[in-house]
Write a protein that binds this ligand. Structure first.
Ligand code: RIB
Length: 305
């Protein structure tokens, strides 16, 4: 069992499904509107907790009805919520799901109130953990400060730099594991990353910057990662995708939970199995499987070979 602290975002996801997403100025019908707990940080924490790790969280929800529900959802998933404050209004994500994929608009709300001072109030949670996970839906200042704090305390630091607009190059100095999807890699490196070959080039560029572990996820096309100096590709498991929300987040939670028990190759496979289950279900944190479900999925795959 790993001790993981997630410093990051918690949102209420307002999700609507539609046959095709509207272009600017267009009105389309949607269906199956749902309010689902999400936020990249929260989804990563729920994934690690459901995979039976000891997970704590530093962040903020609103002092409102959504805030209470979001905290309760984390608590029920086994996450220690003692580092979550109630401030203002909750973060909101408007999510359009179409053809198994999604687009997201964020209103940061309470997430934007996570400051270096707030992080300091819960520094004990960082001191107690082995691995600290960060994304960029809270203020970049708070992320940079918390990353440095975690690094100075000798912790393993994981960065998922999304949304990329919050990325600060200095964050590389404190990053041990860097996980991006193809769009983020492309935006951050200013090169095209549309397939495994281009992702391998991007992966090497990050390794050349001195990052020890790089993972570039390519959705249903698998992922590219390194084992030491070797850059590798892994195909994704084929499943019927209904909603990709939280697929990347659950991949990160699962990889962080398993990489030093299983080794990098097997942890990638474990993370891919976790996110394959997520995309075959609707919603963010509610779609994340338990350890038992991931193990069953993997043993079905092994038995069918
Ligand atoms: O990665 C998926 C998440 O991104 C959603 O749950 C939403 O809240 C946004 O943060």
């Amino acid at each position: 069992m790993k001790k993981i602290c997630v410093v990051g975002s918690i949102n209420m996801d307002l999700v609507i499904e539609t046959n095709y997403p509207p272009v600017m100025g267009e009105t389309v019908f949607g269906n199956n509107f749902k309010t689902v707990p999400g936020g990249k940080g929260a989804n990563q924490a729920v994934a690690a907790a459901k995979l039976e790790n000891d997970v704590s969280f530093i962040g903020a929800v609103g002092d409102d009805m959504f805030g209470a529900k979001l905290k309760e959802n984390l608590k029920n998933s086994g996450v220690d919520v003692s580092g979550i404050e109630n401030i203002g209004t909750s973060g909101i994500a408007m999510i359009i799901v179409s053809g198994g994929d999604n687009t997201i608009i964020l209103e940061g709300g309470a997430n934007q109130s996570v400051t270096p001072q707030l992080v300091d109030r819960y520094v004990e949670l960082i001191k107690e953990c082995d691995i600290c996970i960060f994304q960029l839906e809270i203020s970049s200042d708070a992320v940079l400060y918390a990353m440095k704090t975690a690094k100075d305390l000798g912790k393993y630091v994981v960065l998922n730099p999304t949304p990329v607009t919050g990325f600060i190059p200095k964050m590389f100095e404190y990053t041990d594991i860097f996980v991006v999807n193809e769009h983020e890699a492309s935006a951050l490196l200013d090169i095209s990353v549309n397939n495994a070959d281009e992702a391998k080039i991007a992966c090497q560029m990050y390794l050349d910057k001195g990052i020890k572990q790089v993972i570039i996820t390519l959705g249903s096309n698998g992922c590219v990662y390194n084992v030491g100096n070797e850059v590798k590709y892994a195909e994704a498991f084929k499943v019927d995708a209904v909603d990709s929300t939280a697929a990347g987040d659950s991949f990160i939670g699962a990889f962080c939970a398993e990489f030093d028990n299983l080794g990098v190759d097997e942890a990638i496979r474990y993370a891919q199995a976790t996110s394959a289950i997520v995309v075959s279900r609707k919603g963010a944190s509610v779609s994340i499987p338990t350890k038992n479900e991931v193990e069953k999925f993997l043993s079905c795959i092994n038995n069918s070979k």
